[in-house]
Design a protein around this ligand. Structure first.
Ligand code: ADP
Ligand code: MG
Length: 273
């Protein structure tokens, strides 16, 4: 390297720091060397750098969206066994997971089913897929979010707390049924539902379809108004299956302590001898 190119290189590093382009700062020298060696036109060199920065930014953005979403770890569509919930169409879930159509008009998903049926898993997996498709998602246990909003209201900041949630294309409220009236006034939940209506989507899971919702909201009129808004544009998935945890435990027991698939192999072997 000549003295003047060394000076240029040092200047580039300085400028890239100043411009806050750490990704470019890390890789420009390697590309510059290749460009010099292969005699690239200047535009080709610049395009290569810009492309690299674009990819890098996309990756960083997705990482940010993933960490802000607070999804339960390890729940993906790939690890969700659709065969255990025959009433839920895999094709329909995959279409929803693309985010097309429904997120744009603020439509909702309602997921009902008994405990252990896979509601949290499936909702989290849909959330993850949406993030991978460039959307922003926030996952919360309903009780936690209600508590947060109640604190905000006490501090006269309910409206802005709800407005802040607008940045998320999808708000996942897990376990609606566990919010009970005596847990304090649940009207914050109604405020949230009303504010997002036809603008921003929600995915709500609950053990009980609407029958028990009277226990969640302060009065019947509010219960009906909430349900009305939620179902107006909604996909309702009912997962009326036996608890996956219970099934797994039963399978283990049948397999004398071994995981189900191993037990099957063992059984075939002992049948042979
Ligand atoms: P729910 O929220 O309905 O109570 P979860 O989603 O928490 O149920 O499911 C309980 C456990 O069983 C979790 O560990 C989940 O990953 C697993 N599980 C449930 N359904 C399925 C499924 N269809 N395929 C794979 N794992 C499942
Ligand atoms: Mg759950």
């Amino acid at each position: 390297m000549t003295k003047s190119t060394t000076v240029d290189a040092a200047r580039v590093e300085l400028l890239l720091s100043e411009l806050r382009l750490p990704g470019v700062k890390l890789m420009w020298a390697r590309l510059a060397e290749q460009s010099d060696k292969e005699g690239w036109p200047a535009a080709r060199f610049l395009a290569a750098i810009a492309e690299h920065e674009m990819t890098d930014r996309g990756r960083r953005r997705m990482e940010r969206h993933l960490s802000e979403a607070r999804l339960p770890a390890g729940k993906t569509l790939a690890t969700f066994d659709f065969e255990t919930v025959p009433m839920v169409s895999k094709a329909q879930v995959m279409a929803l997971a693309s985010g097309n159509e429904w997120l744009g008009k603020g439509a909702n998903i309602l997921l009902f089913g008994p405990p252990g049926g896979g509601k949290s898993h499936l909702s989290s997996a849909i959330g993850l897929a949406l993030i991978e498709n460039g959307r922003r998602v926030f996952f919360a246990r309903t009780t936690d979010l209600v508590q947060r909003l109640q604190i905000a209201r006490r501090e006269l900041g309910l409206e802005s707390a709800i407005a802040k949630l607008d940045r998320y294309d999808l708000l996942i409220l897990d376990d609606l049924a566990y919010v009970t009236k005596d847990q304090a006034e649940t009207s914050v939940l109604f405020e949230l539902i009303a504010a997002r209506y036809e603008r921003r989507s929600m995915l709500i899971t609950a053990n009980q379809p609407f029958g028990e919702w009277g226990k969640i909201f302060p009065d019947q009129a509010m219960t009906l108004a909430a349900i009305d808004r939620l179902v107006h544009h909604a996909t309702i998935l009912e997962m009326n299956v036996e608890s996956y945890r219970r099934r797994e435990a039963l399978d283990r027991k049948r397999g004398r302590g071994r995981p189900a698939n191993h037990a099957t192999i063992e059984k075939t072997r002992s049948d042979e001898d």
